[in-house]
Ligand binder design. Structure first.
Ligand code: NAP
Ligand code: MG
Length: 459
């Protein structure tokens, strides 16, 4: 970023381009000290009685609940999220904390029948967990890491994205108010290459929970191999929204813009490829154009806003590079006049399946449409990517819905819906979209190791 000086970072409001505040970046030495404090705090934190740890997390959740509006306003200013989305995001942190507050008392092992004694397993916390968060969903993605990690008895160091640290810093303050000791949950705003990479190389950090680009995710995974460090990776996506001729076309088309333009397309689950059965392509495109025209791209502070700006000028230019001269623009929405990193909702149709707009993650409000004939071609097109995060199948045929849901290689699929995320169901990617699962009951496995203990009972 051009606004970075030696160790101070200006935080810019993406809708106004005004500086919101300036922050000191955490240095390498400060990162080391924070990790050492987190390691020192671990034995006492894991020893907190399950019911007491649960109570602390519930108190934290209640303080987040009381601060939903404050956190949401902070996110609107820092990230340009619409106020409606930002309130949902703060509420999601609260809900995820409540959900995992139920975990300390339920982290039970198994008793396995063996001869000559008793065999039991324990779900042991790992130690210090490093959580690395991207800029697209600063609050939820932070919570998906720190809530289960803390519940399982780990201490946490968390690095927000350089551009979007404000809500994470406030959440750390709320944790403190709730009585969670300072060194148990620390937020370290700073550079990925300094703070984030130190999580990978510091031996006291026992696990890295990373969300971001596939490119950096691969480096984190390779670096973690050095210490056989555990990793959870939530990476990119290029998810398919598959619309069959037998679907409720009006519903599918009305929902499609929100499945890709939500958060201005800066969503790893964005359904950025729409596959439409050939016979209904024209009808679908007409309905889609109407639906896209209805998306309200407004000042994110407005209660009516459905889409705000992109995070930065760099991201806007990156997105624009996929819509060069000669791009098959079928429809383009409008954006507000004046400052801000705006890009209009854009439909490309029909797109050559070999073009970058079809194969690469754009991470902006651009959707590409390709026709298909029959289930086999739909599957081949949908799976013709190294990504495999989410996707949708629109059909009124139940058998087809299940055949397709089993055949599409993605971790999170929805039928006649574009929603991927519920805090109590597992979330994560197949193929190069990631490794491991967050949320739901599965996340706790990612923050514990199984220990097996055999106790001889024979004399
Ligand atoms: P990124 O570089 O992968 O950043 C994600 C997080 O990793 C940030 O906190 C970043 O810190 C940190 N990081 C960067 N380099 C690191 C390193 N060497 N070691 C440890 N941590 C490191 O993503 P980006 O540059 O913000 O976005 C680029 C593209 O990635 C997007 O356009 C999009 O396609 C994709 N993306 C995907 C997701 C997702 O949810 N799957 C999220 C964000 C971006 P800094 O903020 O200091 O760089
Ligand atoms: Mg980057």
């Amino acid at each position: 970023m051009d606004s970075v000086s030696a160790d101070v970072l200006d935080i810019v409001n993406p809708a106004t381009e005004e500086i919101v505040t300036s922050l000191e970046l955490t240095s390498l030495e400060e990162t080391d000290r924070a990790i050492e404090r987190a390691a020192a705090a671990f034995p006492a934190w894991r020893a907190v009685a399950p019911g007491d740890r649960a109570r602390l997390l519930r108190r934290f959740a209640e303080l987040v609940d009381g601060a939903v509006e404050e956190l949401a306003q902070l996110e609107v200013a820092n990230s340009g999220h619409t106020i409606g989305n930002a309130r949902w995001e703060a509420g999601n942190v609260r809900d995820v904390l409540h959900y995992y507050a139920g975990a300390p008392e339920r982290l039970s092992g198994r008793q396995i029948p063996v001869p000559g004694g008793v065999d039991i397993t324990f779900a042991e916390p790992l130690g210090v967990v490093g959580v690395i968060v991207p800029w697209n969903f600063p609050m939820p993605i932070a919570g998906w890491g720190f809530a289960p990690a803390l519940a399982a008895g780990n201490t946490v160091v968390l690095k927000p994205a350089e551009m979007t640290p404000l809500t994470a810093i406030r959440l750390a303050g709320l944790a403190r108010e709730a009585g969670i000791p300072e060194d148990v949950f620390q937020v370290l705003p700073g550079k990925g290459s300094v703070v984030g990479w130190r999580f990978v190389t510091h031996p006291a950090v026992r696990k890295v929970c990373f969300t971001g680009s596939t490119e950096v995710g691969k480096r984190i995974m390779a670096g973690s191999a050095e210490q056989v460090k555990r990793v959870t990776l939530e990476l990119g996506g290029k998810s398919a929204n598959i619309v069959f001729a037998d679907a409720d076309l009006a519903r599918a088309a009305a929902a499609a813009p929100y499945g890709v333009f939500d958060n201005a397309g800066q969503d790893c689950c964005a359904r950025s490829r729409i596959l439409v059965e050939r016979g209904v392509l024209d009808d679908f495109l007409t309905l889609l154009e109407n639906a896209v025209a209805g998306v309200r791209v407004l000042d994110p502070r407005s209660e009516d806003s459905e889409m705000g700006p992109l995070i930065s000028a760099v991201q806007r230019d990156r997105v624009a590079s996929y819509v060069g001269p000669g791009a098959p623009v079928a429809y383009r929405g409008s954006v507000p006049d004046g400052p801000g990193f705006w890009y209009p909702p854009t439909v490309l149709a029909p797109v050559d399946p070999a073009s970058p707009a079809w194969t690469e993650e754009i991470f902006g409000p651009v959707v590409a449409v390709v026709p298909f004939t029959g289930e086999d071609e739909a599957i081949r097109l949908a799976n013709g990517t190294e990504y495999g995060l989410s996707g949708s199948i629109w059909t009124e045929n139940l058998g087809r819905a299940f055949r397709m849901a089993r055949a599409v290689e993605a971790g999170n699929l929805s039928v006649n819906s574009n929603s991927s995320v519920r805090y109590w169901t597992p979330f994560g990617g197949m193929k190069q979209s990631g490794l491991g699962r967050e949320l739901g009951p599965d996340a706790l496995n990612a923050f514990t190791d199984v220990k097996n203990v055999f106790l001889a009972t024979e004399q």
